[in-house]
Design a protein around this ligand. Structure first.
Ligand SMILES: *Cc1c(COP(=O)(O)O)cnc(C)c1O
Length: 385
């Protein structure tokens, strides 16, 4: 069955006890054990919950992995995965990285003796050169945030495997609708389900899918030990959001493609970052490893002052952190997602003071485009008038 059908019919959509068309909220912390010698499938809510499990099995099925896990946030998911490593271990990590992940890797993990080297993973020579005897994993984001650099997933995972390392991919921007890293050789896939998967700016959630049984055992142990599980209500909301993932991704991507092309024609926009544009250096690679270019694009308007003017003029997108929702979200990475990063590191990664990131929602494309153009053109008047 194809992806759109599997979103709705994957074996986890019905309540096995009643046939209810939506898995109920099993709002319980503990489970009665009728026979102490033969414990039931569930004993305690941290270790297992049927609503959360329906979500975990659904994402495992959609990513094509052995087992899925749901966490209290994307960062809880990422941090729990990092607990697979031990003192003395080293990771090679994409330089263009979500700010929160960068913070854990630079502020928290070094205190536990786990270190990371950040490289441009679009250049596999840099990945290879950063590998040390104590390296255990390669950690990738592709396309990256917010400049949308594309890493070759098959080649990176191939190199990692050859060196005896595991490959971890943050698949938040693409979702399994467009990109399935486990099928290209990755071992672990992570999502901030807060974004496209839940999709409605009303849940904070994280998901992990692992490729094999051994890794599933390790991660299940960590999820239960550390306890950063996703709550029942949020598991239900995430399952609910997931059902419309394909139509949301496709519609938003079509609008994003149109907006990216139009922004290229506006002189006030210095550069547009979108893999759907043919002159993007990762365009063909993206097309070879993903089924779409996604709903996120970035554009540079030259200065912080221009950014301020645009943000005050724009009427349709909400001005906020985050992405991947039904409503369009305009973000200012230098002051939002990448604020935790020192200015030099930030600019090195292309996150300049004039860079805006747009996550395209489901609004009418004509309305959205008209609004963006009036906001940007207004800037032009301010500058020359
Ligand atoms: C938002 C985000 C995260 C963190 O997820 P939270 O749900 O906010 O904890 C991680 N990676 C990427 C790419 C993100 O966009």
């Amino acid at each position: 069955m194809n992806f759109g059908t599997r979103l709705l019919h994957n074996g986890n959509e019905l309540d096995p006890h009643t046939g209810a068309s939506s898995v109920p909220l099993y709002q319980a912390s503990t489970y009665h054990q009728a026979d102490i010698d033969h414990p039931g499938n569930y004993d305690y809510g941290r270790s297992g919950n049927p609503t959360r499990q329906a979500l975990e099995q659904t994402i495992a099925e959609l990513e094509g992995g052995w087992r899925g896990f749901a966490f209290a946030s994307g960062m809880a998911a990422i941090s729990t995965v990092f607990f697979l490593f031990s003192q003395g271990d080293h990771l090679v990590v994409s330089r263009d990285l979500y700010g929160g992940t960068f913070r854990v890797l630079t502020d928290v993990l070094p205190r536990m003796g786990i270190r990371a080297t950040f490289v441009d993973t679009t250049d596999l020579n840099q990945v290879e050169a950063a590998i040390r005897p104590e390296t255990k994993a390669v950690y990738l984001e592709t396309p990256s945030n917010p400049t949308l650099k594309v890493t070759d997933l098959r080649k990176a995972a191939g190199l990692a495997k050859q060196k005896g390392l595991i490959t971890i991919v943050d698949n938040t921007f693409m979702t399994p609708c467009f990109q399935r890293p486990l099928q290209m050789g990755a071992d672990i896939v992570i999502h901030s389900a807060t974004k496209f998967i839940a999709g409605h700016s009303d849940v904070i959630a994280g998901l992990v899918v692992v490729k094999d049984e051994k890794m599933a055992k390790s991660l299940a142990g960590l999820q239960n030990a550390l306890g950063s599980i996703l709550g029942v209500q949020d598991s239900w909301l995430t399952l609910r959001g997931l059902k419309t993932l394909k139509v949301r991704m496709e519609t938003s991507t079509a609008t994003a493609t149109r907006i990216a092309r139009e922004l290229c024609r506006i002189p006030e926009v210095h550069h547009v970052f979108y893999t759907g544009l043919k002159d993007h250096p990762g365009h063909w690679l993206q097309a070879s490893q993903a089924d779409g270019h996604g709903a996120v694009l970035s554009f540079d308007v030259g200065s912080a002052e221009q950014v301020r003017n645009i943000l005050s003029r724009v009427r349709i997108p909400i001005v906020a952190v985050s992405l991947g929702a039904v409503e369009s979200i305009l973000s200012y990475p230098a002051r939002m997602s990448h604020a935790a990063m020192p200015a030099r590191e930030r600019v090195q990664r292309g996150v300049t003071d004039g860079l805006l990131r747009l996550s395209v929602g489901l609004e009418d494309p004509d309305d959205l485009l008209e609004d963006l153009i009036q906001a940007i053109r207004g800037v032009h008047k301010v500058c020359t008038g």
